[in-house]
Design a protein around this ligand. Structure first.
Ligand SMILES: Cc1cc2nc3c(=O)[nH]c(=O)nc-3n(C[C@H](O)[C@H](O)[C@H](O)COP(=O)(O)OP(=O)(O)OC[C@H]3O[C@@H](n4cnc5c(N)ncnc54)[C@H](O)[C@@H]3O)c2cc1C
Length: 451
């Protein structure tokens, strides 16, 4: 008798709606505890790259639309659709490093901290995402704003080639010469990409020998002057200093505070300290709650801190806005909003120029930085009965800064908020080009497009 959990040519397991265990598999597809109630007909868990063309052939034969999932970190649950096939690539985690060429060929399921650790052994690095468990698949396809991107650019700028399976089941290699259009789209289309990426060939960097951070935590009343000062000071900083604001509730006092941090990735501690020097003397009207100057740190410590910022097994609603507005105005509006947040776990991140000031690093790709600040408010809570009030807070917060915005970052935009979020994540020309390429590469709409 044939096994209903297997398909010919596919090594990985499949589970269909109605099967015992379906709900456990479905709900484990997303990292976020707050999930859309959407139900694919069948979930195929690829065991190897070879399973992907076979799964696409099955979807075509059964008339199923296909959604793809790698790490499941899409805040808005993009991989989870009603009906059709969900193709789960999370088990595809192979990584082959070529230290002599400073390149790696990586499958999409490799996680950020895992890649960082693997490369460290070879004295190499990559602009991996800030969260340790973000998978390369969706991260690189969306652009990827990771560690030290001021110097290295968005992560997708370091993709040299991809291997993908197209809607007609063909395995294709794409780079700047071969299938160049698909390669262009794979660097930024994110949840709107119209093929399945099974491998990325990445250019690597020498691993920074030292990392150091200068940081302040201050009363919220300082936010405007601190933001104005940091804006001027950032001009003096070399690109290997990553500057970010965080608005959060201080766990001890319950007060909403502003934190400013500069993290330098350098060849030695002295070099890092010199790079951070302009950030040492913030003009504050009161002593800061905490201050550290050129404190040595490590990738492991940065990832441990990120895991605290985004705790696992919580409920999240997130959104983003690119802006060229005055940072003092932008951040004080967001600080006011955070003071009204229903959950003290909620926070706002605001990196300065997270895609690098060097536009050459993100030339000729679907991704564009549409502002010089990216703000990302996160509603974070754990009680399901508080879903509505937390989502409403996020929407109201975004509405309060919408007039200052110039677009969204597709990796973290709340695509469920309105129909125009995806379009406003691209320049008009790039959006038109993505639409034309989708019509060419996936004329029957096999793959789901932006949610
Ligand atoms: C805690 C947390 C921290 C984050 N930090 C950062 C950060 O520092 N920088 C940043 O840039 N982003 C960050 N993000 C956003 C993150 O990059 C995106 O959510 C990204 O989509 C995650 O990748 P994933 O593989 O988990 O995506 P998934 O949720 O698995 O997939 C999202 C969509 O991408 C497409 N997709 C995924 N893999 C493939 C593939 N192999 N082939 C074709 N299409 C595919 C699908 O359309 C899918 O719907 C963060 C997200 C979270 C939850």
């Amino acid at each position: 008798m044939s096994d209903p959990t297997r398909i010919p040519g596919v090594e990985g397991a499949i589970v269909r709606k109605g099967d015992a265990g379906y709900e456990d598999v479905r709900s484990s597809q997303l990292w976020n505890g707050y999930q859309p109630r959407r139900h694919p007909d069948v979930i195929v868990r690829a065991a190897s790259v070879r399973d992907v063309p076979a799964a696409i052939a099955m979807a075509r034969a059964e008339g199923l639309r296909v959604a793809v999932r790698t790490g499941g970190h899409s805040w808005c649950g993009a991989p989870l659709r009603d009906g059709g096939m969900l193709l789960d690539l999370s088990a595809l985690r192979r990584c082959a490093v070529d230290p002599a060429r400073a390149t790696a060929t990586v499958e999409p399921g490799m996680l950020s901290a895992g890649l960082s650790r693997t490369l460290a052994g070879a004295g190499l690095a990559f602009p991996t995402g800030h969260c340790p468990t973000v998978a390369l698949g969706g991260y690189l396809l969306s652009g990827g704003l990771g560690w030290n991107s001021g110097e290295w650019g968005p992560a997708c700028a370091s993709i040299r080639a991809i291997e993908a399976v197209t809607a007609d089941g063909e395995v294709v290699r794409c780079d700047e010469r071969e299938n160049a259009d698909l390669f262009w789209a794979a660097r930024g289309a994110g949840p709107g990409f119209f093929a399945v990426v099974t491998a990325f060939r990445l250019a690597l960097r020498p691993r920074p020998a030292a990392i150091a951070t200068t940081s302040y935590v201050c009363h919220l009343g300082e936010v405007e002057s601190l933001a104005d000062w940091a804006t001027d000071t950032a001009e003096e900083l070399p690109p290997n200093v990553e500057v970010a604001f965080t608005l959060l509730t201080d766990a001890g006092s319950g007060e909403v505070v502003v934190s400013l941090s500069g993290t330098a990735f350098a060849g030695s501690h002295d070099e890092a300290a010199r790079a951070l020097a302009p950030l040492a003397g913030a003009p504050l009207s009161a002593p800061p709650l905490r201050r550290a100057v050129a404190e040595p740190t490590s990738m492991e410590a940065l990832y441990a801190r990120a895991a605290e910022v985004w705790p696992e097994r919580h409920r999240y609603a997130a959104d983003t806005l690119w802006s060229y507005a005055d940072r003092g105005t932008l951040l004080s509006r967001l600080g006011d909003a955070l003071s009204r947040a229903p959950s003290a776990k909620s926070l706002v991140l605001a990196p300065l120029a997270p895609a690098s000031r060097n536009r050459e690093l993100w030339r000729d790709m679907a991704f564009s930085a549409l502002g010089d600040t990216e703000v990302a408010p996160y509603a974070v809570w754990d009680d399901p009965s508080r879903d509505e009030v937390n989502v409403r807070w996020l929407r109201e917060t975004m509405a309060s800064v919408a007039p200052l915005g110039t677009g969204h970052y597709i990796a973290e935009a709340d695509l469920s908020a309105d129909d125009s979020r995806a379009r406003r994540s691209y320049t008009a020309a790039d959006w038109a080009r993505l639409g034309a390429l989708r019509a060419r590469y996936d004329p029957d709409g096999l793959f789901h497009s932006f949610p």
